[in-house]
Write a protein that binds this ligand. Structure first.
Ligand code: NAD
Length: 467
């Protein structure tokens, strides 16, 4: 992404470094106009019955499916991720999430009666009303431009809110395209999309007309968002970075888990908040696990996502590529051994091969920080307690997993991780039915399921005295 004129935002293909297209940056005064449009739309939208809002959401999901090919082309142009992944992991998953919520909403998410004890039952009657908040700012990153927006739009709309979205400056065209498609079914003002960089996001988040900020992105930005919320006591949901540990126990069959571990770390070229970012392997199975990962790292096809042979695309942007390269170089200086990868691929794109680093431990930046790219430190342990202690010692707490031949043992061990989600023999599986959120610095609040919906509501208790 580079600006060729100060009011133009150019989206760049990270595989070719060719411009994909450009959009006009939203001016600050137009943020106020979008918030005002969203406020006006909210007065109408909040009075649409919940089943009718759910019907609009179902239609929106249907339209995304109908236009999946065109949207996938834009996602791939802006991210160069494999096209099949853009369709299956991003678009269809977003559609499924939205459709599930739309179907559940009238049944599960309706207002409720308050249960009183027998003592008060005869004299009082009360209801809980799930009221919308108003205008929601939805601020999203570039790694999954559609699904991360969908996780905000679907519950926010169902609850009767309207949205002003500020997508990443690296993927502006995808979000604008989706918004344009949805115009056919979503009433004017219910979705407004701004185009611009970090300052625009800050301006939107601090705008007094916004009642809730739903943010997905880095920990550093999340902390700033909390600051913008203070003045008006805005509600916030923060889905932030992770440094997910995966712990491989001594009882695994290395051949059975190597594939899952590899893709748990490298799917979407490691640019997933819940990717495996540190791997702790018991000494008994360490060598074969490293071998299995190295074999896969050397074999996997890295390239432009438009090529059907491609399994891993590039790193999305120059800043992120330099960060990943810097972390690997730092690990090398700290005595790390590069088992595979470790050098930027030749050519113009931001390609960095899957890189396996051993002989590193706590105190090395690649282990302590979130790399968000194609580099994985693999650490050897002998005592499980030590591995758990190492796994829990960072500020992060998004996800974590345990890999074992004994699922019941894995279920017990994974509960020792300080993380929003704990997986056994898998990683990254996120469902619409369960809450998704981070412990510690990885976030505040939840997305998905009933919990994600409630995050876009304010409760009103209507308490009546019986005559
Ligand atoms: P980022 O925090 O730099 O940017 C995210 C969004 O926030 C962008 O739209 C950006 O323009 C905007 N922004 C940046 N500074 C801002 C400010 N001061 N005020 C308001 N908005 C601002 O993150 P990124 O580099 O785009 O994305 C990568 C990060 O996102 C990683 O840390 C990753 O783990 C995290 N992430 C988390 C989840 C999750 O659900 N927990 C999902 C995907 C990505």
């Amino acid at each position: 992404m580079a600006a060729i004129a100060s009011d133009e935002l150019v989206s760049t293909n990270p595989a070719t470094l060719e411009p994909v297209g450009s959009v006009r940056r939203t001016r600050r005064e137009n943020v106020t106009r979008s918030v005002a449009d969203a406020r006006a739309a909210h007065e109408l939208w909040r009075n649409v019955r919940l089943p009718d809002r759910a019907a609009v959401l179902r239609e929106a999901a249907r339209l995304v499916r109908v236009h999946a090919d065109a949207i996938a082309d834009t996602i791939v142009a802006e991210t160069a991720k494999p096209r099949t992944e853009a369709i299956a992991n991003e678009l269809y998953t977003a559609v499924d999430h939205a459709a599930w919520l739309a179907n559940e909403a009238p049944r599960v998410l309706a207002d409720e009666r308050v249960r009183f004890s027998q003592l008060h039952l005869k004299t009082k009657k009360a209801w809980l009303l799930y009221e919308p908040l108003g205008v929601v700012a939805a601020i999203t990153p570039w790694n999954f431009p559609v699904i991360l927006l969908a996780w905000k739009l679907a519950p926010a709309w169902l609850a009767g809110n309207t949205v002003v979205a500020k997508p990443s400056p690296y993927t502006p065209l995808t979000s604008l395209m989706v918004a344009d498609i949805l115009k056919e079914v979503v009433p004017p003002g219910v979705l407004n999309v701004l185009s611009g960089g970090n300052e625009l996001g800050a301006h939107l988040a601090a705008h007094p007309g916004v009642r809730k900020i739903s943010f997905t992105g880095s920990v550093a930005t999340g902390k700033k968002i909390m600051g913008y919320a203070v003045e008006d006591l805005k509600r916030v949901t923060l889905e932030l970075g992770g440094n997910d540990p995966a712990i491989v126990l001594d009882d695994v069959d290395p051949n059975a888990v190597a594939e899952g571990l590899f893709w748990g770390a490298f799917q979407n070229s490691g640019q997933v908040c819940t990717a495996i970012k540190r791997l702790y392997v018991h000494e008994k199975v360490y060598e074969p696990i490293v071998k299995g990962l190295v074999e896969r790292a050397k074999k996997v096809r890295v390239g432009d996502g438009m090529d059907p042979e491609t399994q891993l695309g590039p790193i999305n942007n120059k800043m992120q590529l330099e960060r990943v390269m810097g972390l690997v170089d730092d690990a090398k200086k700290s005595g790390g051994k590069i088992e595979a990868g470790g050098t930027r691929l030749e050519g113009s794109g931001y390609f960095y091969p899957p890189t396996i680093v051993t002989n590193v431990g706590a105190g090395v930046r690649l282990v302590d920080e979130e790399q968000f790219g194609t580099a994985l430190p693999v650490l050897k342990y002998s005592k499980l307690d030590d591995a758990l202690e190492q796994a829990n010692r960072t500020h992060y707490g998004l996800g974590g997993s345990v890999w074992t031949g004994d699922v019941e043992r894995g279920r017990k061990v994974v509960q020792e991780l300080d993380s929003g989600t704990g997986w056994v023999n898998q990683h990254m599986d996120i469902t619409p039915f369960a809450p998704f959120g981070g412990a510690k610095w990885s976030g505040i609040g939840y997305e998905n399921g009933r919990w994600g919906y409630e995050a876009f509501t304010e409760l009103q208790v209507v308490n009546t005295k019986k005559a």
